[in-house]
Design a binder for this molecule. Structure first.
Ligand SMILES: [Zn+2]
Ligand SMILES: [Zn+2]
Length: 242
């Protein structure tokens, strides 16, 4: 057990989860489904306004699509995300992904399940964006897989490990959307025949859509009827009003 895990275990024993806010640790006056205090819930960047019909990012004018989607084509049906990747929501996703706070997957998966239901999505199978073995070993877990397991479980849907990642991706953060798309080409493969199935592809964050698009291409090539993407958070085109 790592030292940080030990301290988390002690903390969880002293302050049992379900009685403290998952984000700030303050005591909850009463239990609630998301395990969040009212202050955190109020601060959280919920993506519940008008969104781009394709990528699900917030849109603050009359347009159906955001500028990003007007200028690029995607093969998936659409992406939906309950959170905007900014402020407290971004901090939450990052501490789930890198900060060993894996319990935050419960809360993120609940929001994602609500988003699935809210959008009337119906699929036959749930899958996730894969990592290479090396990447998974380095992080200890695949954050997209963990979210997919929980979403599939709460929706009583089949979870299938459909995709493999054939090589590592160089650091994507500093690349332009075009460079990201180039970087992603031919990086994924689908292991199964998906004859006529509707697939839900789960990931943690939707940024340019390059990852989702490449995975979707492989799923469609394997016979999927359609692919819908569900992510915990989506980046907004700035400036945006929050
Ligand atoms: Zn809180
Ligand atoms: Zn868009």
């Amino acid at each position: 057990m790592k030292i940080s895990e030990f301290f988390n275990a002690v903390k969880n024993a002293v302050y049992p989860r379900n009685e403290t806010c998952d984000l700030c640790g303050s005591e909850l006056p009463f239990k609630n489904r998301l395990n969040l205090c009212s202050q955190c819930l109020e601060k959280l960047e919920l993506n519940n306004g008008k969104v781009c019909l394709r990528c699900g990012s917030p849109v603050y004018n009359e347009a159906d699509y955001c500028l990003r989607c007007e200028n690029t084509s995607s093969v998936f049906r659409f992406n939906r995300s309950p959170l905007i990747y900014d402020g407290l929501a971004k901090k939450t996703v990052l501490s789930f992904k890198y900060g060993e706070k894996r319990y935050l997957s419960d809360f993120l998966a609940k929001l994602m399940t609500d988003e699935y239901l809210k959008n009337g999505i119906t699929v036959d199978v749930v899958t996730f964006v894969p990592m290479t073995k090396k990447e998974k070993r380095k992080r200890g877990f695949n954050q997209a897989e963990l979210l997919a397991v929980k979403v599939a479980d709460s929706l009583k849907l089949d979870l299938c490990d459909l995709l493999i990642k054939t090589r590592e991706t160089p650091e994507q953060k500093k690349l332009s959307a075009k460079e990201r798309a180039e970087n992603m080409k031919g990086i994924f493969d689908c292991k199964s025949d998906l004859h006529g199935k509707e697939v839900l592809l789960v990931d943690d964050v939707f940024t340019t859509g390059a990852t989702a698009n490449e995975c979707s291409k492989q799923l469609l090539k394997a016979g999927a009827k359609g692919v819908t993407v569900l992510t915990a958070a989506v980046t907004a085109l700035k400036p945006y009003l929050s």
